[in-house]
Write a protein that binds this ligand. Structure first.
Ligand SMILES: [Zn+2]
Length: 368
């Protein structure tokens, strides 16, 4: 806004009056064009219409009141017109809202993606593991856990893999470095199965026990579509007086029906595990074709899903060193174990085990 004072009127003829009032009107319009907010509008109002020091008050006293009587009417008309124009400018500015500059400063780009708040959800492995555990929890099993960095004794020796036994070759794993001075049984390694928790649990509580053991395990397996050097197992152990192979079959048949549906059948084949005798592999009727034969079951109608067996008396003998109740002549029991990834891949139709560990939200988002 300019602060020029109101000039004197050069004369009172029509042309002089018209150009003098036109100059004022132009000045008011220039002022009004600069308004950029409510404070500026108020300043404009005070500057032009202020009762004591406003420019119109000055025009009134300098031009109108000082004019000779014959010029007063003409000046008065022009004065009223000018006041009306300033009122109009003021009204337009007050209702115009923020200026373009103010809007630009506050603008947001509505084409940018918004801030997404993601809901947490269980990883498919965690969910599958919890489902398996809950099936056995309903049968009265409690949950056992143990360390992932385990001693050779708990991982191998007490599970009846003696030093030099060929079964150790099937479970190669990472071994902690610089332990050559220690006795073999004390050396630390990444556990190859959840079975050491069987021994740790038996050592800490007398029979009878029923535990289910979920956890992460490590093996020197080359990664491919169905193998990963890290995977998860759920293992179970039931020990008491008079536990038989029939109890094992009944328990696993019930568990497979609870996990995969009541129409699922089970069958048992002789197998070998160092810590069970006799040992068996368990197959379930194919959940994809109902047993007719399809690509998933390689046309056999059956899918191999878990290993199991009656606890080897040698394992009880190791437990007996700390808990005399595990006398192989007085107690029997069974153990079983299954791979969580394999079951999750079957349940959710996942073809690559690697996608479970890649941390890709596009994959994981499907399980929310
Ligand atoms: Zn099939």
């Amino acid at each position: 806004m300019t602060n020029e004072p109101i000039p004197d009127l050069p004369s009172y003829d029509d042309d002089s009056l018209r150009s003098a009032f036109a100059a004022l009107e132009q000045r008011a319009r220039a002022d009004a064009a600069m308004l950029d907010g409510p404070e500026a509008v108020e300043a404009f109002r005070l500057r032009w219409l202020g009762r004591k020091q406003g420019l119109l008050t000055e025009v009134s006293s300098r031009w109108l009141k000082a004019a000779p009587p014959e010029a007063k009417k003409s000046i008065g008309l022009r004065f009223n017109e000018l006041k009306q124009q300033i009122d109009d400018l003021l009204e337009a500015s007050a209702s115009a809202g923020p200026s373009d500059a103010a809007l630009a400063a506050e603008s947001i780009d509505i084409t940018l993606p918004g801030t997404q708040r993601l809901m947490g959800a269980e990883h498919p492995i965690t969910r599958t593991m919890n489902e398996i555990v809950s099936v056995f929890a309903a049968l009265g099993y409690s949950v056992g856990v143990g360390p992932e960095v385990e001693t050779d004794y708990y991982n191998f020796e007490s599970m009846n893999f003696p030093p030099g036994h060929p079964a150790r070759d099937t479970q190669d794993t990472l071994v902690i470095a610089n332990q050559e001075r220690r006795p073999l049984r004390d050396r630390l390694l990444l556990r190859t199965h959840t079975s050491p928790v069987q021994m740790r649990t038996m050592e800490s509580q007398p029979p009878p026990i029923r535990i289910v053991i979920p956890g992460k395990v490590h093996r020197n397996d080359a990664a491919d579509a169905t193998h990963s050097p890290i995977f998860h197992q759920v293992e179970g152990l039931c020990v008491g007086a008079g536990i038989t192979f029939s109890d094992l079959k009944g328990t696993l048949d019930h568990a497979m029906k609870a996990l995969f549906g009541s129409s699922v059948k089970t069958r048992f084949f002789p197998s070998f595990f160092p810590f069970t005798e006799p040992s068996a592999d368990v197959q379930i009727s194919c959940i994809f074709c109902g047993g007719k034969g399809c690509r998933k079951c390689k046309q056999s109608g059956w899918i191999e899903l878990l290993g199991c067996g009656m606890v080897d008396p040698t394992v009880f003998a190791f437990a007996q060193e700390k808990q005399p109740g595990y006398d192989p002549k007085k107690v029997t029991g069974f153990a079983f174990g299954m791979g969580v990834e394999r079951i999750a891949m079957m349940k959710y139709g996942i073809s690559e085990i690697g996608s479970l560990f890649a941390g890709d939200m596009r994959f994981l988002g499907q399980f929310v």
